[in-house]
Structure formats: structure tokens, C-alpha cells
Ligand binder design. Structure first.
Ligand code: TXA
Ligand code: MG
Length: 342
């Protein structure tokens, strides 16, 4: 299959909408990361996403909508207080980088929910994503546009690197603003954060006026046989080919450790501006203390390590507050939970 990369012009958006209505797949930009879209009501089309990504069949997808009206049928009719909670979250954060897990309705292909009785829904804010949903006229299932296991793509070039020959069309909408995938919160049962993102747990709790629990899978490795409430959390994720180790501590101790342990082929995954203080080649991912910047830069930095041929990488440790939790969660997976306290 030939893969066409094209700027997201109105004509290209129309073409994408038509492809999607015909049961094809296409890569589109969103404010978080690029996604591979398919008509969420067409099981055959959704199956093509799993094939293109090499994604395990039991990992469900997010349905992307461009209006609250599209929620009808996707989710089951919502009882109180669930309806009020969804309304409050939608008013505060939609369109935007928040995904809400709800009881599923009939108007979504089984393949999207992967056998669960729930459905993940998000209303993206990226104008191209919204225009493509509108052009197709249906909710779009869209996971991140990477091969399963590798870092999510934040540019059209990174989508092409993973997906060349695997899908017909990539709409180029420039670099993604947020850089990490949407926050996932379930409202089925007590509100629980399943995946941290740009919308923080504190922001969710303030709007819901109730505490939001933290799924243990966010910071801990699942034990063999343990079930994840968000199936995506159990897979190896975001991993570059380089072996990443997070070094927890200050810059001085980090530099000393890197000098003592570094070998040819090793890199530092550092914060911007720290390169001069470090004894190994460096790839930076945003400034220290600026978690939004780190989120925007992290996945590109992980891919840059591979492009540089890094064998191992010592990573500076982000904070874990606010958006920092999303950065730490992704880096922890990239490092296969290898953390050294200095
Ligand atoms: O920002 C995003 O959310 C991006 C862009 C493209 O919108 N999409 C994305 O999709 O990150 P994906 O498939 O890479 O991640 C979806 C996550 C997975 O961890 C999956 O297990 C979880 O959401 N998920 C989906 N449906 C679920 C459900 N019914 N219950 C629990 N978790 C669910
Ligand atoms: Mg993904």
C-alpha cells in the first residue's frame, strides 16, 4: 500500500472523511498525539487499525466525537449522578485532552470496546481532528498512530516512520501541542484516574467535587496475572530501543553517576540547558520544572535516542505533581520501571 502524507488542507480533510466513510483508515493529528482513525461503528474498519498497529485485540480504543449529540448511542443512557458528572467534565474540559469511560451503548462496534461493557469517549480540540470527524459524520475510533509498543508519534514524520505502507493517508497538522496522550478517567464505579495526562487528577477532583482515585497501574508494574482496569496499562509501552534507566536525584549526582557508569553508545536524556554539565552525549526533553514542556518533548526525544543509535540512556527524573505525573508515567514505562535512587 502507498502511504500519502499531505498537509491537512480542506480538500485533504474531505478526502479523509470519504476514506473513513468507505471503511478505510487514516492518520490524523490531535492536540495530544497523532491517531489512526476509523469509523467507530464499522467493525471491519476498526479491525484494520489493530492490523496496522500490531495491537493486541483485547486493548480497547477511544471513540472521538465532535459534539455531545454524538454521545447518544455510543454510551448507554446515563443515570444520575453519572449524567451530571459527564456534563460537568464536558463543560470544563471538552473539547480537550480528556477521555471518559462510560457504560457502552449499541452504536459502537464491539471491536472498539474489545469485549468490555464500557466505552472510552473523548472530544478532541484539534481543528483538523474535529473537521475529519465532521467530514465523516460518525464517531472515530483512534488509538495513537505508533506501532504497538513504540512511543506515540507527535509529528506526521514520526507517524510515517512507523506506518509507511500500512495505511493510505496521513494528514499533516504539524507538531502536537500536548505531546502525551489524553487523561483517562473512569466514571463507572468510583471516579478513578486510569491514565494521567494534561488534565490533572486535581483538576478532575475539583470539577467532580469528589476525590479521584489513582489506579495502581499508573506507577507500578502489574504483577503476572493481575488484571488492569485500563488494558493499555499492561502492555510494554513507549519504549525506545535504547535501554532507559531513570536516575532519581539532583543534577550533580546524575553527572557523577553518568561519568562513572557511561560507556560508548550511552546517552543522557536530560532537561534542556543541562547538556554542558553532563559527560555523555545528550538528548533533552524540555526544561526542568516545566512539565508541560517535558510532555510536549518526551516522545520525540525517545525517538531521537533511537535515531542517534543510543544503546542505553540515563534519564533525568521529572516531578510527579500535576502534568509531571503524566510525564513520569510515560518515562517509567519507557524505562521498563528501572529507577535508580542516587
Ligand atoms: O490522546 C489520546 O487519547 C490519543 C489520541 C489519538 O486521541 N489516543 C490514544 O489511544 O492514546 P490509545 O488507544 O493509544 O490509548 C487508549 C487507552 C488505552 O490505555 C486503553 O486501554 C484505554 O485507553 N481504554 C480504552 N477503552 C477503555 C475502556 N473501555 N476501559 C478502560 N480503558 C480503556
Ligand atoms: Mg497508544
Amino acid at each position: 500500500m502507498q502511504t500519502l502524507v499531505t498537509p491537512a488542507s480542506p480538500e485533504a480533510i474531505r478526502q479523509a472523511g470519504q476514506l473513513l466513510r468507505q471503511g478505510q483508515i487514516a492518520a490524523i493529528p490531535t492536540e495530544t498525539v497523532y491517531g489512526i482513525a476509523a469509523d467507530a461503528q464499522n467493525g471491519g474498519a476498526v479491525g484494520k487499525i489493530f492490523a496496522a498497529k500490531g495491537r493486541p485485540q483485547d486493548n480497547p480504543l477511544i471513540a472521538h466525537i465532535d459534539s455531545l449529540a454524538m454521545l447518544n448511542g455510543l454510551a448507554a443512557p446515563l443515570p444520575d449522578p453519572l449524567a451530571g458528572q459527564v456534563q460537568a467534565l464536558a463543560a470544563a474540559f471538552w473539547p480537550g485532552p480528556l477521555t471518559v469511560i462510560l457504560p457502552r451503548g449499541p452504536a459502537v462496534a464491539d471491536e472498539v470496546c474489545a469485549g468490555l461493557d464500557t466505552v472510552a469517549v473523548r472530544m478532541p480540540s484539534h481543528p483538523v481532528a474535529r473537521a475529519v470527524i465532521a467530514a465523516c459524520g460518525r464517531p472515530l475510533a483512534a488509538p495513537s498512530a505508533n506501532r504497538s509498543g513504540s512511543p506515540s508519534p507527535t509529528t506526521a514524520a514520526d507517524v510515517l516512520a512507523d506506518m509507511d505502507g500500512r495505511l493510505p493517508l496521513i494528514l499533516d497538522g504539524g507538531a502536537c501541542e500536548v505531546g502525551v496522550e489524553s487523561t483517562v478517567v473512569t466514571l463507572v464505579g468510583a471516579p478513578t484516574l486510569l491514565r494521567p495526562g494534561f488534565i490533572t487528577r486535581e483538576q478532575l477532583a475539583a470539577v467532580l467535587k469528589t476525590p479521584v482515585a489513582l489506579s495502581p497501574a499508573i506507577l507500578e508494574k502489574l504483577r503476572e496475572g493481575e488484571t488492569a482496569r485500563s488494558p493499555g496499562m499492561k502492555y510494554k509501552h513507549y519504549a525506545p530501543k535504547a535501554e532507559v534507566t531513570i536516575l532519581q536525584g539532583g543534577l550533580r549526582a546524575f553527572a557523577v553517576y553518568a561519568a562513572a557508569h557511561g560507556r560508548p553508545g550511552d546517552y543522557c536524556l536530560c532537561f534542556a540547558g543541562e547538556q554542558a554539565a553532563l559527560p555523555l552525549p545528550c538528548v533533552a526533553y524540555g526544561r526542568a520544572g516545566h512539565p508541560e514542556e517535558q510532555a510536549r518533548a518526551l516522545f520525540r526525544a525517545l525517538r531521537a535516542l533511537d535515531e542517534a543509535g543510543a544503546v542505553r540512556a540515563f534519564a533525568r527524573c521529572p516531578g510527579q505533581d500535576g502534568v509531571g505525573l503524566a510525564v513520569y508515567n510515560r518515562l517509567l514505562r519507557a524505562a521498563a520501571f528501572r529507577v535508580v535512587r542516587l
